[in-house]
Design a binder for this molecule. Structure first.
Ligand SMILES: [Zn+2]
Length: 443
């Protein structure tokens, strides 16, 4: 074996992983699998895929540079660097991966996409492999489908029960505008879907209006209308014909301009409809500020608006390996928590100095947690805020020079619980750590 290569694991000591290779029929799939098994990269491939599944990675990224292969796992939305692989071993592994996915293993430049199935500990995972040559070498992405439970309603996404009932009640009112906000790629479309699905969509005629190229999965009993922005169309084109059908509820997935927002306000104010708009923002007051920056008809917008939601995805502490600690009383006071009620907080597992080095100063290897595979967190949940719009907040919206600070001050005076305060409840319960909350709030 040449220098810098990994030791292959003997085939009888490999993790119990079963593959279904790519192929149009069972015979071909079996033949393709049998062709891969004797190849030198097969054992590396088995070890890597089993490791990625154990660590709950959704995505494995491999960067092939001249001397080495950088490997990263994405777990619960966060990247984790893995040990670098020597290039020779990496090449062997990639050749086997490509064969398994039905791709040409000699092709290192053109983009290729293929699939296979990996079965590990009685769970099947569909895997998609994408490879493409880039200037520094070749990039390979392996998406591992972990079959997470579907997030269909407000409870599934982690909204607390009191907030769920407030939001549902507002959504089922016969009139008013509700804005759903969040950061794109941070669970916003999931919340949008969960909110619409939690609305009464059986007794009312419910329409969602979407841009043609950005359609989202259908929702039962919600009719979809689309416009084509590449042809210069906007939501308004759709509304002309939609109004003839006398809808009760209209939702715009995108609020591109003042005209779209004015339309939702008008429908709520003058046509007694419930309307929904979705827009990207860091928190609820920022969402309102962004809407105001579109330069809409502000009095109409303020009159129509009933509530604005904001959110973040936060990783949950692994209940197996989380560590309790006694927080500094000043910290507890800063967080606004009653000291007597919160004697301990929790953080993710961090080995103590004695656990890291032995008596002679040599590093000790610590077996990763069996539940989370090492990072100290397990899955994610949403933290939500729900800004209830009252007359004080409406007045702040109509300030001649509105700012996020002015809006936030008005919200606070009316007792609004911010995203940070909602998140601190999860910290106090030991569901997440202060570090994690601070990390997501900085986004
Ligand atoms: Zn753990």
């Amino acid at each position: 074996m040449s220098e810098g290569e990994l030791n292959p694991v003997p085939i009888d000591q490999l993790p119990p992983l079963k593959f279904t290779a790519a192929g149009d029929n069972p015979d071909l799939r079996e033949a393709n699998l049998q062709a891969v098994k004797p190849s030198p990269g097969y054992s590396y491939l088995v070890v890597m895929v089993a490791d990625a599944i154990t660590k709950r990675a959704d995505l494995v990224l491999m960067d092939f540079t001249p001397n080495a292969v950088g490997v990263r796992y994405q777990v619960d939305g966060l990247w984790h660097n893995m040990p670098t692989m020597p290039r020779t071993s990496g090449d062997y592994m990639l050749a086997s991966l490509k064969q398994l996915a039905g791709l040409d293993y000699r092709e290192r430049r053109a983009r290729q996409v293929g699939q296979f199935v990996a079965e590990y500990l009685k769970k099947k995972h569909k895997c998609q492999l994408t490879s493409q040559g880039i200037s520094s070498g070749e990039r390979v992405a392996l998406v591992i489908n972990r079959d997470k439970p579907p997030l269909e309603n407000l409870e599934d996404i982690g909204m607390r029960p009191g907030m769920q009932s407030q939001l549902i009640q507002l959504m089922n009112e016969p009139t008013g505008l509700i804005l759903i906000s969040g950061l794109p790629g941070d669970g916003l479309s999931t919340t949008w879907r969960a909110a619409l699905q939690s609305t009464d969509r059986f007794m009312r005629d419910f329409y969602v209006v979407e841009e043609k190229s950005r359609q989202e999965p259908e929702i039962i009993n919600v009719s979809r209308e689309t416009y084509d922005s590449s042809r210069g169309e906007t939501v308004l084109e759709v509304m002309k014909s939609l109004m003839l059908r006398e809808p009760n509820v209209v939702a715009f997935t995108e609020l591109a301009d003042a005209a779209a927002l004015n339309e939702l306000s008008k429908l709520a104010n003058e046509h007694e409809m419930t309307t929904f708009g979705r827009l990207p923002a860091r928190h609820a007051t920022e969402a309102v500020m962004r809407a105001l920056m579109l330069k809409p008809d502000v009095p109409a917008f303020a009159q129509a608006l009933r509530a604005v939601s904001g959110q973040r995805l936060v990783r949950l502490l692994c209940q197996t390996c989380r560590q309790a600690y006694q927080p500094n009383p000043n910290l507890i006071a800063q967080l606004g928590l009653p000291p007597a009620r919160v004697p301990v907080l929790y953080r993710h597992f961090q080995p103590s100095p004695e656990q890291v080095l032995d008596a002679s100063g040599r590093p000790i290897e610590i077996a990763p947690c069996e539940n989370c595979g090492g990072p100290g967190y397990y899955e994610r949940t949403g933290i939500f805020e729900l800004l209830l719009v009252d007359d004080r907040f409406r007045a702040a919206m109509q300030d001649p020079e509105p700012t996020v600070q002015k809006l936030a001050a008005a919200a606070q005076q009316s007792g609004h619980i911010t995203l940070r305060e909602e998140g601190i409840v999860l910290v106090a319960r030991g569901d997440t750590s202060l570090d994690e909350l601070q990390r997501v709030l900085k986004k």
